[in-house]
Write a protein that binds this ligand. Structure first.
Ligand SMILES: [Zn+2]
Ligand SMILES: [Zn+2]
Length: 320
């Protein structure tokens, strides 16, 4: 690995996403910590263990930087800042991630309404609500960033200066960091080694459009090595970006094909988009993703929605 840069691999409680990365960067005798892992019972012990394994200590942290406001990336920020006196820098559009910590009831109600509009049956919604009300947010405390991590903000380190690039799409608050001399990209969840798409629905008008533009932003940087929020670092950053573009195109095409003959609900469209049945385990991830594709197609004038009894159906707009 690169001297002065360490990967801290932290356990996560998500099925299919068992680990997340934090990145420690040497800076003037201390450390910049990019991302924090999630807050849950025992999670600080896990963080300390990960530091210990590379011969470092959480007490060396001088600055916490979060690539975005998802709990697995910012959840322990408050705990680390309380302990070390560090500042925390993050993008100001963090409401999407903080909502479940700040106002969990409203967040559950919002997601229930999205499910209802999408055609999810009431009994399934009730089971979801029960589960959601019991689930902790994974965020120790929702703290305001000491500095807004927006385009042009730079972070000094022993490896050189890193520049922030706003890359909304996966999340409205997403930012990548780039070190130009070494062509290193801290890619967060924007580009992962194993292509996996996730979008927050309902916080911005068109997450898919934002994501595609953010892929262009990162492609321009011509990074050599990506240090991602999950999984191992990877080369061929451009190839991975192309893979993301291709998968988005494929799923947009599938969503459009699914509504070509008759209006359908997002619940009906989702299994077509993914080529797999929708289950109560994947619905919280896949349904919002499908809605983002439909919203993007709508913004391009290719589909339209109609509401009947509060349930939305999507249909192709026929061109003559
Ligand atoms: Zn994320
Ligand atoms: Zn993540």
């Amino acid at each position: 690995m690169i001297p002065g840069l360490w990967r801290l691999r932290l356990p996560l409680p998500f099925p299919g996403v068992p680990h997340g990365n934090a990145w420690a960067i040497a800076c003037d005798g201390g450390l910049v910590l990019v991302d924090t892992g999630m807050h849950e019972p025992g999670s600080m012990v896990e963080l300390e263990r990960a530091f210990d394994q590379v011969g470092l200590s959480v007490d060396d942290v001088r600055l916490v930087v979060c690539t975005h406001a998802h709990a697995d990336h910012c959840g322990q920020a408050a705990t680390i800042c309380d302990r070390t006196g560090s500042e925390m820098w993050m993008h100001p559009n963090h409401a999407h991630g903080y909502a479940s910590a700040v106002d969990p009831d409203t967040q559950v109600a919002r997601r229930l309404e999205i499910g209802r509009q999408s055609g999810v049956p009431p009994a399934a919604l009730e089971r979801y609500a029960e589960h959601a009300r019991e689930s902790p947010s994974g965020i120790a405390r929702a703290i305001e960033p000491d500095r807004e991590l927006v385009d042009g903000v730079s972070i000094d380190s022993d490896l050189g200066v890193w520049s922030a690039y706003e890359t909304p799409g996966h999340a409205p608050s997403h930012v990548c960091l780039f070190q130009p001399e070494r062509r290193l990209l801290i890619s967060g969840d924007h580009v992962l080694g194993r292509i996996s798409l996730y979008f927050d629905y309902g916080w911005t008008p068109d997450p898919i459009g934002e994501f595609l533009r953010s892929l262009d932003v990162v492609d321009e940087l011509d990074a050599r090595l990506a240090l991602s929020g999950h999984g191992k670092p990877f080369l061929d950053v451009h190839g991975h970006i192309e893979g993301n573009r291709a998968l988005v195109r494929e799923r947009l095409d599938a969503a459009l094909a699914a509504v070509s003959d008759a209006p359908r609900t997002a619940l009906e469209i989702t299994p077509v988009v993914h080529g797999e049945p929708l289950t109560e385990r994947n619905a919280g991830w896949w349904l919002p993703e499908t809605l983002c594709y439909l919203q993007h197609l709508e913004s391009r004038g290719l589909v339209a929605r109609e509401s009947d009894g509060g349930i939305e159906r999507w249909a192709a707009v026929l061109s003559n």
